[in-house]
Design a protein. Structure first.
Length: 241
């Protein structure tokens, strides 16, 4: 029987790459999106053409009641997920003295609160399924070393790392691993306006990473071969630190 993986933020650059990689490995997929229905349907067609079962779910990860209702209804209908990839996230960069309350709140609620909103209703079904499982959260280099103009983003991703480590301890005896992937500068819409010369200066490998490279790391952590890896933060950043 195929195992099902939920990917949040599946229409983003990293999310799409993760979904396609997991589909190629034979996992059935639940593809979450917030607002871009067209991208979600295109991705749905792409993964099903790879021979797996897939469906889409729409919700805002910062709307707790909505998230939990949608996820609980899906699990009740189809059964527990084997793995969850917590990928959805936003940026609202600004110098801290000029940062608005909305910019702070939007990033914290979307990037950090989503950890609770998405995972809290899903953990016990995973435990009761007694098949082990995988949780992978997508953090950032900013959550480890900080970054100018990203106090909100760094706080959200640093909190995500700490929460992931704590949950890993709680779920280890259930054979559910929890790990954090911390990308550096990756070629996505979020980084499309970065100066290539600046990227070369910041990254020892002198280039931005590719979403497919992050996806390969995530896919490994979901695989059976990664069963003894948990509570880890794995950076993929071209040698930035």
């Amino acid at each position: 029987m195929s195992k099902t993986v939920l990917v949040t933020g599946a229409t983003g650059g990293i999310g799409q790459a993760v979904a396609l990689k997991l589909a190629k490995q034979g996992f059935d997929l639940v593809l979450h999106y917030h607002s871009n229905s067209e991208k979600a349907q295109n991705l749905l067609r792409a993964v099903t053409q790879l021979g797996v079962q897939a469906r889409v779910l729409q919700f805002a990860v910062d709307e707790r009641q909505q998230v939990q209702q949608v996820l609980l209804d899906d699990v009740a209908k189809y059964g527990a997920y084997y793995a969850v990839i917590c990928n959805a996230g936003i940026i609202r960069d600004n110098a801290f003295p000029a940062m608005t309350g909305e910019e702070w709140d939007a990033v914290i609620h979307t990037n950090l609160d989503a950890f609770y909103n998405v995972l809290q209703p899903l953990v016990m079904p995973m435990v009761r399924a007694k098949q082990g499982g995988r949780i992978v959260t997508i953090a950032s280099v900013s959550g480890i070393m900080g970054n100018r103009g990203q106090t909100n983003y760094s706080a959200s991703k640093g909190g995500l790392i700490a929460a992931s480590k704590s949950l890993a301890i709680e779920l280890a005896k259930r054979k559910i691993t929890v790990n954090c992937v911390a990308p550096g500068i990756i070629e996505t819409d979020m980084t499309s306006d970065m100066d290539p010369a600046m990227i070369k200066q910041m990254v020892p490998l002198r280039r931005a990473g590719k979403a497919e490279e992050v996806a390969s790391l995530v896919a490994f952590l979901v695989s059976a071969e990664a069963a003894y890896i948990t509570r880890q933060v794995i950076s993929i950043n071209g040698g930035m630190f």
